[in-house]
Design a binder for this molecule. Sequence first.
Ligand SMILES: [Zn+2]
Length: 391
Amino acid sequence: MNKIMKKSAILFLTFLTFILIIYSLCSVIKIVYAKNSNVIYIDPGHGGFDGGASSKDKEVIEKDLVLDISLKLEFYLEQMGYKTLLTRDKDTALAHTKKEDMHKRLKLINDNNTLLYVSIHANSYPDKRVRGSQCFYDNSLEENKLLASYISEMLKTINPYNNRKEKSITGKYLINNSDKVGCLIEVGFLSNQEEVSLFKTKNYQEKLAYGIFLGILKYLGHNGDSMSRNNKNNLQLNSVRLAIPTPTDMERLGWLIESICYPKIVFAMNGNLGAGKTTLTKGLGKALGIKRTINSPTFTIMKVYEGKMPLYHLDVYRIENSDTDFELEEYFDLDGISVVEWADNIKDLLPENTIYLTFTILEDGVRRVDFVSSDTEFIDKLNNIAGEYIC
Ligand SMILES: [Zn+2]
């Protein structure tokens, strides 16, 4: 009897060791797998038949608001070279039932090479005074909390009054069942009137997207190595945000920038009509000693100005992404300065060290210009020469 027990004990221990070895092998495989992933998944909540929450006046529907924010976030992440995927990029559900829709979202995030994901929602609450964004995470992974805390921290810079802390949560299908690092972001409350009027402005939507973007960058920076980046050449993360009070200052900024330009530099500009893209280019032209009047080349697509260095001023408003009829990218190889307006239309053609400028019109007429680039030196120099405009 004793012998049999001894035998069973040995068998059991062997079995236990075997399980432990398999388990640790699995963890190693899991880590290696995660290190090779490079996709950031954005999940705009709801869509199609499922509108989610809505404001009292029905003017803001959660599914539309979170999609707008998600598309802006996608833009920022792509500028930084991250491969970004969305569970939906238009007003559609992924299936006919809510249950099936959620299954599909989870499958997309889990089955792809996902480095991290964010699921974006807006909240609603019976007490109309409640407001502020908040991040929720599943506490099975320590990394989830870290990501949620960085995004919370960055979102708080928009609303310093907001004292909501990131919180672990159960009962949320997607985040509780995903095996990837991620969190759920409630960008604010559709039941709060003040927040609803903010949600209606593009400016506030941009701020929310930018806050989430910075939180993700901080998380990825914390993680250190370049595994997360889609770029083969070790893309570094650099950005500067400027607030430009008047058109004269915008021209001055262009004039200042000339001093840090070099041959083959490419400026890719995006932002609404009248946001300051051409005004900045005018200042740059003046500093280059260009006598001709610089105006927007909307109808000609391209204008060349002779100065200290040639200035190639492109306006690709009318060009579809990567339209091969125009060999625009050839200009990027010439020894001049290229300025591309509505650059998002040809984003696939832009060279790696492109300086991306996003212009935003703020409510009081001030223009915000976000510079994003992998060109560390340029961003550093810009920090020095345009210090007075940094916000
Ligand atoms: Zn929701």
